[in-house]
Design a protein around this ligand. Structure first.
Ligand code: CO8
Length: 257
């Protein structure tokens, strides 16, 4: 069975982490699977939104700790490096990625969630960077993305204590977009995917680029970057259609270019 399963249905790429016996811990095959997903989304223009979730009681409980103890330092290091690259490429994809967090999102699992564009959490979900308890530190953006999302001091506290926080607390900190009843998680993810799918794919791509790339720049550079993308957004037939539809008081009919 593949560590990461995926299927495309009606413009949505449904991805499931599938090592429930190890709480979907990240090993070499897992990273290979996530790489396949990113490549698939990049090469198949029919994909408009990606949804990631986990099988069983975890979204992902982080790196496979057994891999750290059993395989060579080289394998562990190359796996972490590849995961880091894949997450950056996922942030850079043209299409948004929704994380539907069904349970534990710890260590590398929390890091994967943070590299997604939107995080919807089941009320059963929990988040944390427990690496400190193993005598190591986060290695796939945990100290960096977390500080930018929840703030410097809270990220410091979470990484220093390894404390696990509930979905509600993660929502309060701005780490999660919304918390929903466990049984409604996938319906909510689907609803969000449908909303995004109804928009102009070109404008969706530009929003994603403006927010994600701009987030990594200083404010002034980010504003200038946004201005360039704003100008670019007018060059698409979707802009013509969106504006015309508003004037004609009808729903816009956006198409993928
Ligand atoms: N790696 C390997 N196996 C795991 C992991 C893991 N991270 N987490 C759970 N498992 C296994 C357990 O060993 C157990 O297996 P078995 O049944 O064979 O004993 C099975 O999954 C079920 O787990 P538990 O019995 O422990 O389930 P509980 O509900 O009692 O506890 C917890 C759930 C709290 C999530 C607990 O399993 C736990 O603390 N897991 C470890 C979490 C952790 O420390 N994560 C951080 C890992 S380090 C990391 O992520 C660094 C990221 C760097 C980038 C990634 C690069 C690859």
């Amino acid at each position: 069975m593949a560590a990461v399963e995926y299927r495309e249905e009606d413009g949505v790429l449904w991805v499931k982490f599938n090592r429930p016996e190890a709480l979907n811990a990240i090993n070499k095959d897992f990273v290979k699977g996530l790489r396949e997903v990113v490549d698939y989304a990049r090469n198949n223009k029919t994909v408009r939104v990606i949804v990631l979730t986990g099988e069983g009681k975890a979204f992902c409980a982080g790196a496979d700790i057994k891999m750290f103890s059993e395989s060579s330092h080289f394998v562990a290091r190359s796996t972490i490096e590849e995961l880091g690259k894949v997450l950056e490429e996922m942030e850079d994809l043209e299409v948004p990625v929704i994380a539907a967090i069904n349970g534990f999102a710890l260590g590398g699992g929390c890091e994967i969630a943070m590299a997604c564009d939107i995080i919807i959490a089941s009320e059963r979900a929990s988040f944390g960077q427990p690496e400190i308890n193993l005598g190591i530190i986060p290695g796939a953006g945990g100290t960096q993305r977390l500080a930018r999302i929840v703030g410097w001091k809270k990220a410091m506290e979470l990484c220093l204590t390894g404390e696990r926080i509930s979905a509600e607390e993660a929502y309060r900190l701005g780490l999660v977009n919304k918390v929903v009843e466990h049984d409604k998680l996938m319906d909510e993810a689907k609803k969000m995917a449908e909303v995004i799918k109804s928009k102009s794919p070109y404008a969706v791509m530009l929003v994603k680029q403006a927010v994600n790339r701009g987030f990594k720049m200083g404010l002034r550079d980010g504003i200038m970057y946004e201005r360039d993308l704003f100008a670019l957004s007018f060059s698409s037939p979707d802009a013509e259609e969106g504006i015309k539809a508003f004037v004609e008081k009808r729903k816009a009919d956006f198409r993928r270019e």
